[in-house]
Each structure stands twice: as C-alpha cells, then as structure tokens.
Design a protein around this ligand. Sequence first.
Ligand SMILES: Nc1ncnc2c1ncn2[C@@H]1O[C@H](COP(=O)(O)OP(=O)(O)OP(=O)(O)O)[C@@H](O)[C@H]1O
Ligand SMILES: [Mg+2]
Length: 399
Amino acid sequence: MFRSCPIARLGIIGGGQLARMMIPAATQLGCEVVILDPTPDSPAGQVASAQIVGHFDDADSLRALAERCDLTTFDIETIATEPLLQLAEAGHIIRPAPELLALIQDKLHQKQRLLDAGIATADFIALDEPDAESMLAFGLPLVQKARRGGYDGRGVAVFTDAVIEDRVLPVPSLLERYVDFRCELAVMVARSTLGEIRSYPVVEMVFDDRANVLDLLLAPARIDAGLAARAQQLAEQTVTALDGVGMFGVELFLTRDGQLLVNEVAPRTHNSGHWTIEACRTSQFEQHLRAILGLPLGDVTQHSPAVMLNLLGEADADGDVVIDGLDEALALPGVAVHLYGKQTVRPYRKMGHVTITAAELDIALGIAGQVRAALKIGGSSPATTTAKINELNHGTEPS
Ligand SMILES: Nc1ncnc2c1ncn2[C@@H]1O[C@H](COP(=O)(O)OP(=O)(O)OP(=O)(O)O)[C@@H](O)[C@H]1O
Ligand SMILES: [Mg+2]
C-alpha cells in the first residue's frame, strides 16, 4: 500500500505536546506532518513540516488541513465535529472516526455507550439543570461532571458531605456515584484499522490535588498479575465496544474491594502513556501511527520499570519560562527530560515531563524524588528569561 515517500502526509489537529512527540515517530516511519493549531509556532508546529494557523472549530482550517494530507488525526478532543463529519463524508480519512470523537466529547453519551456494552462503570444519572435538591436526591457523596468541555479535572466537582451551592457547575451534567478507590489505573490500548488490538502494561496514576493534573505515574502499577490482566482485558473490551481505531487512554478506578471500573476514555495518545517512549519496545506515538495507517501493531513489551512525572508550572509562575535545575536532573541516571517548547508559563501548566527508568521501580521512584526537588519551571520578567536562555545555551546564542 505505502510505496512512495513520504508514505503518508499526516495532518494533526492540535499542536500540543502529544502531536510534538508524535512527530519523531512519524518521521521515522517516513511520514510528513502538517499541524493545525491556533497558536503560531505551537509546540508541534515548531518541529513539523508545516503548521496551518487556525482554530479547531473553523471549518475552513479543518478542510485546508484535510485537503493537504492523506490522513488526519488529532491530539486534542475539543474539536468541532460537524466539519469533521462532513470531511469524512466527502472521502477524507480521519482517524479515530469523527463519530467516535463526538460520542466521547459528551461524557453522558460516553458513559451510556459503556453501560450499553456491559462495561463496569460508576452509576450515574443525567442532569440538565443541576441544583442542590436534585443532587441531594441522588445522594452524597457524588461527583458532578460537565457533559462537555472538561479536561484536567476542570468540569469535575466532588461533593462529599454537603452540596455547596456556589460549587455546583451550572451546565448540563451527569451525576456519578463517588468511588472510594484504592488507586487510579490506566491502560493504553491500540486498535488498528485491521482490528488488531494490543494493550500496554497497566500503570498507576497519582494526582496533584492542587492542580487536578497527573503528578506521578508508576509503570507497572503495584498490583498483582491477575488484577493487571483483568484491567487490560477490560480496557481492550472498552476500546472494542467503541469500535476505536488508534491509541486510547482508558482510565480506571480500582475500588477498595478489588473491583475495576472504567472512569473515562481518551481517544488519543495520553499523558499516562508517555513512559512508553523510554520503557517499551514501541512508544504510544509510533503505535498510534501504526494503528491509523493500517500497519502491524508494534511490540508493547516493557523492558524497564519506569516512573513519569509531569513538569507543571510553579504555583506562582507567570510570563516567560525559567527552567531551574535542568543540569542537576540530567546528571541523574536514567533520566529523560522532555520539554514541550511552550513559550509562556502559567500556574500548573503542563510544560514538560520526565521519565525515569531503572532496574527496579523503587530505584526509579527515589530518583523521581530527586528530580522533583531539583527541576522547577517558573516564570520571570523577560530580562531574566533572556539571561536564563543564554545560560542554558552556554552563551553561544546572541542575546
Ligand atoms: N466517580 C468518581 N469518584 C471518585 N473520584 C472521581 C470520580 N470521577 C472522577 N473522579 C476524580 O476526578 C478526576 C478527574 O475526573 P475525570 O477523569 O472524569 O475528568 P477529566 O476532567 O476528564 O480529567 P482528565 O482530563 O484529567 O482526564 C479523576 O481522575 C478522579 O481522581
Ligand atoms: Mg480523567
């Protein structure tokens, strides 16, 4: 099928870190990459063949990308699906399918699909106009989730022993039973156009409560082999039920009584799959390309225990980026630092991540602690930033 070079011109809607990390894999496989993103010089736009500057809800920009490429994918979920459905109708190849993206964008429809497929998930009801009374009637503790537009925990409110009126999200929502979980797990699953399916080892996620962003990830999860096998099976069943093509991040709860429940599904490469770059035979990014291009899926064997931590902007960070402790972090063994090329920092913004591989998970955890203490992403006035960039470049760049 692929006999010329580039083997495919790949369009990616969204120029964030996920697209940025997909580009080396795409280049290796002989693909050319064009990015669509509203921010000029986006993290992925900096390293792609080209970037179209345009919004994810702008039909003309989406068409321009699809027409320029053989195959279009995305690294973000907040895309207008109507233009994508029309492009698919007109014969453009978009993977995962726009219908599935539309389904997943609505948390209520997503949960209903899981329920219909017999996938274990927390009980829920739909609530168009949330108010304290209906929430109390459903019963506490509960979790309110906005049907649309939430990410990194925004659009999620937990009510444990009281409904505090001004915390109620005033948007169409679903109410979910609060799950008293032992831990949160994730499984990255690839499913190809040929129906081939493979899942990576189960990982354990630890969240930063202040920012609601994944803080630390352990691969493999510290659970027994039987449970891990069940989690992988459940995640594969979930992606099959969605008829998904590409990489999917399946987030799971492990309850205190040993039950596995699917929390939600991301139809793309995922923060909890970054560790695969250093610790698996095939990274999630290469796997996504193999899946959507209809190539054989790669070997998902993990060859090293790994810990991943996100590099978030400091709580008071603002303005231009100031990186502290990069030399110290890089001097530690098994440390791979990924910086996303974002020009400005905000409190808790995802600026990069670090994967630590070691012979044992505990060793990697110890080194992760040292990285966490050393490496900080702050902000500063432009003058200090220029000085910092010069320092990083060992004074070789003109100031
Ligand atoms: N039913 C639940 N019971 C207990 N905690 C929950 C429940 N649902 C969600 N949470 C907590 O809230 C977090 C965010 O929820 P969820 O993953 O559904 O939202 P999100 O905004 O899509 O998040 P992200 O973009 O970070 O994946 C979960 O990781 C979990 O810690
Ligand atoms: Mg989530």
